[in-house]
Every structure is written in C-alpha cells, then in structure tokens.
Design a protein around this ligand. Sequence first.
Ligand SMILES: [Zn+2]
Length: 189
Amino acid sequence: MSEEMTMPGDELATSEEYISGQGTYEKDGIIYAAVMGKPEFNQDDKTVRVVGVKSNSVLKAGDTVLGEVMNVSNTMANVVISGVEERPGYRIQGETGVIHISKVTESYTDDVRNEYRTGDLVRLRVIQASPSLQLSSREPGLGVLKARCSRCRIILFNRSGQLYCADCEKYEQRKLVDDFGMYSPEFRE
Ligand SMILES: [Zn+2]
C-alpha cells in the first residue's frame, strides 16, 4: 500500500482489506486508483479513496483525444487520455476523463458496457475540460478504434464491418468509429 501519489490504474489494496471509495474502482478483487492523486486509507470505515490533484488540464473543449478505456459501469466509462489527435506526438500523462451514458451514441443506449469494454482504444471529443474532463462519442468519427475480445483478450478483427474474434468464433458489439476498418485488421477465411 503506497502513500505516494497514485496514477490511474495503480493498485491500492484488495477488496478484502478495504472498500472502494471515491476516486477508485474495483476489478477482480483489487482496488485501483481511477485518478491521479493522493490515496487515503480510512481505518474506521475501511474505505480507500484517492483525492485527485488539481491539474491544469492542457485539454480544451472541442479537442479530439485518443485514449484507453480503463473501467466501465452500466452508466459510464473511465478513459485514460494518451494524446490529442490535432497534436501528433504530444503525450499526455495522468489525465482521465469520463464518458457518461447519455454521451455514448447518437441514439439511445441502456448500458455503457454494450458499447465500451476495458482495454478498448478510443477516439473521443472533449466536451468539458474543467473542473472534470467530460468526453463524448456522439459523432460518427468517434468511438472504438481497436478492441480486444472480452473473453480471450486478443485484438478483434474487422469482419465485414463487425468486430470478430477468430479464436472464440464470436462477434462483439461496440460503438465503433465510422472508419474503424483502417485501424482493425481485416479477417480472412
Ligand atoms: Zn476471443
């Protein structure tokens, strides 16, 4: 258990030791930091939370950002930002944003997990940079560029415009960018 500054994805504790609090998330019995900040372990109620640092975001509303989906609930997905499409080669570290269910698709969706999964590489629009980073994929060019099979984790193929796992022989659903064939390998029999 580290008392130092955490980065998103840092392991904090197990869910047997602590309850996942603000600024953290739990996956497979492990509690991780969801934001960059300082972890606080409360011995009274056995919660762990991360108090986010106030960072001066270099991002602004309207930017097209690239990132990786960290964790997904039925109402939102957390995304670690890796770069800005308009500024190639410019690396961003430690910035995470949220995409809310109402901002996932142009039409209605009732569960974010039907459109995004952990490990998906995504292209999103910044709709608000502060006080929290809010993201949207409600445009044809936004969404998943590359996805992994939710079962075996290999990169999914582009098979006639759909995501396909050749190992599991099954299709998966995502909110895809309209030009995703450029980013995902084509499946050949
Ligand atoms: Zn698979």
